[in-house]
Design a protein around this ligand. Structure first.
Ligand SMILES: Nc1nc2c(c(=O)[nH]1)N[C@@H](CN(C=O)c1ccc(C(=O)N[C@@H](CCC(=O)O)C(=O)O)cc1)CN2
Length: 290
């Protein structure tokens, strides 16, 4: 292996620690703690693990965690009523509805019901529009975490060529906009892209977010490229990314592992976004490097 390993676990721990220091200052200044409400509908085991991790990370940062666990049979109207209550609750700075939702509930309707100024997931169309137009809002946690890892690994990103593989609203599109915001030349590749390996081979930065286990091979990469693997795929009882780590790490300059790469940054960025939300509500200034 020649590639340097990008340690997302360490980066996430450092970010959470920085937020915890700022939260202590916030509490002294305002007399209250920032609050995050997390809503889980159903019993999906992976979602339950993520929700538990989010609650733990929230409390460890000195913030209040409000957990709402609803049965898998919950109706869309009942979920919307809970979202309305959380929107109106001044102790709640951030609202997150864990995805995926059961089939009787339309994800888009629920996301759109969350107050955009409490939408710490950054999934609301208003926040998508703010990101696209360069206005302050909330940026989805996974792409924000990827950007932080890239800046930490490469320093200045300006002028670099980047390929984002995947065009989802949650990762691919916001990732491309963030890279554009840092003056990269960005290509979004997807299932209909022709000659994908040739497209990927042009890139200094590759972000793989397709949800197909080990799809990106080492011989698709420009030697020395920085590779960010967003994939979390369970294959025969183990966890693999969208990048074939063994072949890619022989060619890349730096690469994120799975697990221990992007995943931990998702939760750290959620804690960061919740803190930022509380600061905006209270008019408290915060470290712009967060
Ligand atoms: N409302 C949301 N729902 C979902 C989101 C989200 O950002 N908001 N993202 C994913 C799940 N997710 C957080 O919710 C998440 C996924 C993975 C990790 C993580 O740390 N993964 C570890 C491996 C964990 C394991 O062993 O399973 C890693 O990559 O090291 C954190 C958060 C979908 N839903």
């Amino acid at each position: 292996m020649t590639a340097a390993l990008i340690d997302g676990k360490a980066a996430a721990a450092a970010l959470r620690e920085k937020v915890a220091v700022e939260v202590a200052r916030f509490r002294e200044a305002t007399g209250r703690a920032p609050g995050l409400a997390v809503v889980l509908v159903g019993e999906d085991p992976a979602s339950a693990v993520y929700v538990r991790s989010k609650g733990k990370a929230t409390r460890e940062a000195g913030m209040e965690s409000f957990e709402h666990k609803l049965p898998a049979t919950t109706s869309q109207d009942d979920l919307l009523t809970l979202v309305d209550q959380l929107n109106a609750d001044p102790s709640v700075d951030g609202i997150l509805v864990q995805l995926p939702l059961p089939p009787q509930i339309d994800e888009r309707v629920v996301i759109t019901r969350i107050d955009p100024d409490k939408d710490v997931d950054g999934f609301h169309p208003v926040n998508a529009g703010r990101l696209a137009t360069g206005l302050p809002g909330f940026v989805p946690c996974t792409p924000l975490g990827c950007l932080m890892l890239l800046r930490q690994t490469l320093g200045e990103l300006s002028g670099k060529s980047a390929v984002v593989i995947g065009r989802s609203n949650i990762v691919g599109k916001p990732m491309a906009l963030l890279l554009l915001g840092d003056s990269c030349t960005v290509t979004i590749a997807h299932s209909r892209t022709r000659d994908l390996p040739d497209v990927v081979r042009q890139a200094d930065i590759v972000v793989a977010a397709v949800g197909r286990p080990e799809m990106v091979k080492g011989d698709w990469l420009k030697p020395g490229a920085t590779v960010i693997d967003v994939g979390i795929n369970r294959v025969e009882g183990s966890l693999v990314g969208d990048v074939d780590f063994a072949s890619a790490s022989a060619v890349a300059g730096a690469i994120t592992p799975v697990p221990g790469g992007v995943g931990p940054m998702t939760i750290a960025c959620l804690i960061r976004n919740t803190f930022v939300s509380a600061c905006r509500t209270e008019g408290v200034t915060f470290d712009s490097a967060l």
